[in-house]
Write a protein that binds this ligand. Sequence first.
Ligand code: HEC
Ligand code: HEC
Length: 290
Amino acid sequence: MSGPREKDEVSGVETTGHEWDGIRELDNPLPRWWVWLFYACIAFAVVYWVLMPAWPGVHGYTHGILHNSARATVAEDLRALAAQRGAEGAKLKSASLEQIEADPKLQAYALAQGQSIFGDNCATCHGQGGTGGKGYPNLRDDVWLWGGKLEDIQHTITVGVRSGDPDARMSQMPAFGRDGMLPATQIDDLTEYVVALSHRKADAGSVARAAPIFQAQCSACHGPEGKGNQAFGAPNLTDADWLYGSDRTSIHDQIWNGRGGVMPAWGHRFDAATIKALAVYIHVKSGGGQ
Ligand code: HEC
Ligand code: HEC
């Protein structure tokens, strides 16, 4: 590029001398703002090198005068978290269930831990808030198959229900229809009887015929008045709360098939403190009664 450069006739700007197929490149100066931004970036880079870890060397790297280290920051955060958890976690281990509920700070810790573990392990069956579904009991109300005291809940979680665990909570309602233990007509009568137990209109003839059958076949578990028995996980049949449904078809189905829900045992999966946290969480969220 020697000699005076050509000027573009229209804009009056010098051209670079490059030309492609008759199109020539104008040599406009860079915009001011761009040039300043460029210098600012260079200045920033220099300051950054000085302050922060930047250049690799043979035996390491330049640490920068701030000695900043993302790894050290994370390690410090983890140490702080462990210390905080350690204090409450250790208390959770040694405290009794009642002591946990009586200590607001410890209870808050147990609730937070219980909620997170419930969401990850229990919500699949019991529903997000523990409100249950067909065959899966609602854990938010004060109706309990196996008992709603803190110790009852703790025990159910530890050993499960019909879980195969040697200490599991066990009981099995017979399949009166499927196994031919009672004729179909008696099961129809018993269905009416259960409807009557829960204070609804039912066929009087059926109810009268079923009364002695209920006492003979069902009262051992459900009680002579049908109020249930938590020792067998046998539900109260006189309330408005149903595990498998309140309609005649569902009731008939249960007497015919005798389903028994399976709840896994968690005692070998979680440590004692975690199960305590879950028990406190469920107890408090159900209203904390009983
Ligand atoms: C695979 C499904 C399943 C999972 C997962 C599960 N449960 Fe259950 N749970 C059940 C069933 C089914 C029952 C009812 C058992 C019965 O019919 O007696 C039950 C019953 C219970 C009960 C007794 C309720 C009562 O009325 O007495 C408690 C408490 C409970 N579960 C807590 C938990 C906790 C806590 C977890 C998580 C650590 C959990 N469950 C995970 C299925 C499950
Ligand atoms: C060996 C104990 C036992 C006997 C005997 C028994 N049941 Fe049950 N019954 C249970 C249990 C346990 C459940 C709950 C099953 C579960 O949790 O999955 C249940 C559940 C039910 C339900 C469902 C309740 C609900 O909330 O959905 C009905 C209805 C019922 N039984 C009626 C009867 C009738 C009628 C008889 C007699 C013909 C009878 N049961 C005999 C143990 C028994």
